[in-house]
Ligand binder design. Structure first.
Ligand code: UAG
Ligand code: ATP
Ligand code: API
Ligand code: MG
Length: 485
């Protein structure tokens, strides 16, 4: 492709050099540049990509897209000045791959919790309905059954466009993706034509990055502000900020609620550890999911499928056949009747919801033992709040490590201990080693008791000091339950 053709898709402030030259590919990392690449210099969180223009040229970049053209230029190189490199990267990548998102229906899910659940369930549902489908999620990137472990919940713009090209080539008519707040803020989703967006909820997380809750809301809302009039915007009317999210969107507004007035409604009729009976939009269905929050997720899935013009009857039948998502309220029972629940709850609100779901189902004489930690190098202010939620709704809490990353694990636990209220002191233990913590929970538990192992869900590693070691909550609990895989 010629640079001239690519550049037509963006607003340029200034061009120095010829546009009549080859663009062999787009790169934003100088280390990956090849001959005739277009290098897009981005201002990052840690370093400024403009510092890598010379190394990029050294590796063969013929065209430099940047927010500031360097005063010392290399002859024979084309410089294109743009206002915002982040936004331009996605548009160039989309044009380079010939606009894959316009060749299928792409639906993005955003919110603090529930994105993976909803995107994965939509993927599974549409596969069952007979379509070729793509998925971009925290767990994996999928094109039908081909699967790649995910590096990010929402990867960089270049990777997204490459994935979408693969989806189009495989005949996908739909792509369901998670849209993280980081991705919206860094414009990783620029260049994607969305058919629809879904908002789940917004509660405390990621304040290390967004600084304030208002900043976090603003980032999420920008996704809906950017939807086109022919798209749909589905929001959770049960969330305080659900309607705010859609205030300025030009997309068709759709709301859903568990129990209240909304375009799509559902009611929980019965709850058990192996599933719920729901009234979904006037129809009774049995599902294998647990908890009001999952009723909300399933309703969002239903509302999306109907907005994508699928048949109500088929959708309801397939929803009732759907299996839980990996690491989301996964239950394991020991032969002597202890119940372990492995769940990805890593925010105060997620813990609150999962524990509430447990308390609605358990009988009075069963104890709830919660094993929980918090990730290192991430929002520290959520740590004591997570402890508060855990102690409020559990009979015993074992504070432990999640992914300490580069932080000292005992410092993270200290931050969590700050959330122990005086009356709950006796129910809390701190055991830094996660395996030991799970072992202790299994030892303390009596037949019938419930052990919630929260925070890591599907993750099969524990990152300590920047190194990922194999660790799988499900595997560990099975080992202590004496269950062979
Ligand atoms: C904080 C954050 O989001 N950082 C992301 C960001 O990196 P950065 O801004 O630090 O990049 P940088 O190192 O400053 O580099 C700036 C620029 O210089 C370029 N560079 C750099 C070095 C070099 O030698 N040559 C070169 O060209 C880089 O390619 C980049 O374009 O851009 C990178 C490329 O897209 C991302 O990989 C990186 O994600 C990091 C690894 C990360 O951990 N992100 C997490 C927080 C994240 O995004 N999480 C959300 C999930 C949240 C949720 O689930 O709710 C996600 O979507 O996964
Ligand atoms: N709708 C919901 N409301 C509140 N909590 C939820 C909801 N759905 C799931 N959860 C809780 O949040 C956890 C994470 O769910 P999920 O992985 O679907 O969220 P996510 O938004 O993809 O998270 P991440 O930001 O890490 O990608 C679940 O294990 C459960 O504890
Ligand atoms: N997407 C979430 C993942 C958190 C998972 C938890 N296990 C941790 O490591 O903190 C985040 O980036 O905050
Ligand atoms: Mg996710």
């Amino acid at each position: 492709m010629k640079v001239e053709e690519l550049i037509k898709n963006i607003d340029c402030l200034e061009v120095v050099g010829t546009l009549n030259r080859k663009a062999s590919g787009i790169e934003f990392d100088s280390r990956k540049v090849e001959k005739d690449s277009v290098f897009v210099a981005q201002r990052g969180v840690h370093v400024d990509g403009h510092n890598f223009i010379i190394p990029a040229i050294g590796k063969g970049a013929g065209t430099i897209v940047c927010e500031e053209i360097p005063s010392e230029r290399v002859s024979g190189v084309t410089y294109v000045k743009v206002e915002n490199s982040n936004s331009v990267l996605g548009k160039l990548a989309s044009a380079f791959y010939r606009f894959p998102s316009s060749k299928m229906k792409v639906v993005g899910a955003t919110g603090t919790n529930g994105k993976t659940s909803i995107a994965t369930l939509l993927f599974k549902l549409f596969r069952k309905l007979g379509y070729n489908v793509g998925l971009i999620s925290t767990i994996s990137y999928k094109i039908n059954e081909a699967e790649e472990t995910a590096s990010h919940t929402t990867p960089d713009a270049l990777k997204i466009q490459k994935l979408m090209t693969g989806m189009v080539d495989a005949g996908c008519e739909f792509c369901f993706m998670e849209v993280s707040s980081h991705a919206i803020h860094q414009q990783r989703i620029s260049g994607i034509e969305f058919a629809g967006g879904i908002f789940t909820n917004i509660t405390h997380d990621h304040l290390d990055y967004h600084k304030t809750f208002a900043g976090y809301i603003k980032a999420k809302k920008a996704f809906f502000d950017g939807l086109l009039p022919n798209a749909f915007a589905i929001t959770n009317a049960d969330d305080k900020n659900g309607l705010v999210m859609l205030q300025n969107t030009s997309a068709k507004k759709v709301s859903y609620s568990v129990g209240r007035m909304a375009d799509f409604r559902c009611k929980v009729l019965e709850s058990h550890f192996d599933g719920m009976l729901l009234n979904m939009d006037g129809h009774e269905i049995w599902t294998r999911f647990v908890g009001r929050f999952n009723a909300s997720n399933l309703l969002a899935v239903y509302a999306t499928a109907i907005s994508l013009e699928q048949s109500t009857e088929e959708v309801l039948t397939e929803i009732s056949n759907l299996q839980p998502v990996a690491g989301r309220f996964e239950t394991i029972r020991s032969t002597d009747g202890k119940l372990a629940i492995v769940d990805y709850a890593h925010t105060p609100d997620a813990l609150k919801n999962v524990l509430q779901a447990i308390s609605e189902i358990r009988s009075r004489n069963e104890q709830v033992i919660t094993v929980v930690g918090a990730g290192g190098d991430r929002d520290k202010t959520k740590r004591p709040e997570m402890t508060q939620e855990a102690t409020l709704a559990s009979d015993k809490v074992i504070l432990t490590s999640d992914n300490p990353r580069t932080e000292n694990p005992s410092d993270i636990i200290k931050d969590m201990e700050a959330g122990i209220e005086a009356q709950y002191k006796n129910k809390v233990l701190s055991i830094e080693n996660r395996k030991e913590a799970i072992k202790t929970a299994v030892m303390i538990a009596q037949p019938g008791d419930i052990i919630l192992i929260a925070g890591k869900g599907h993750e099969n590693y524990q990152e300590i000091n920047g190194v990922k070691h194999h660790f799988d909550d499900k595997e560990v609990v099975k080992e202590f339950f004496g269950i062979e895989d």
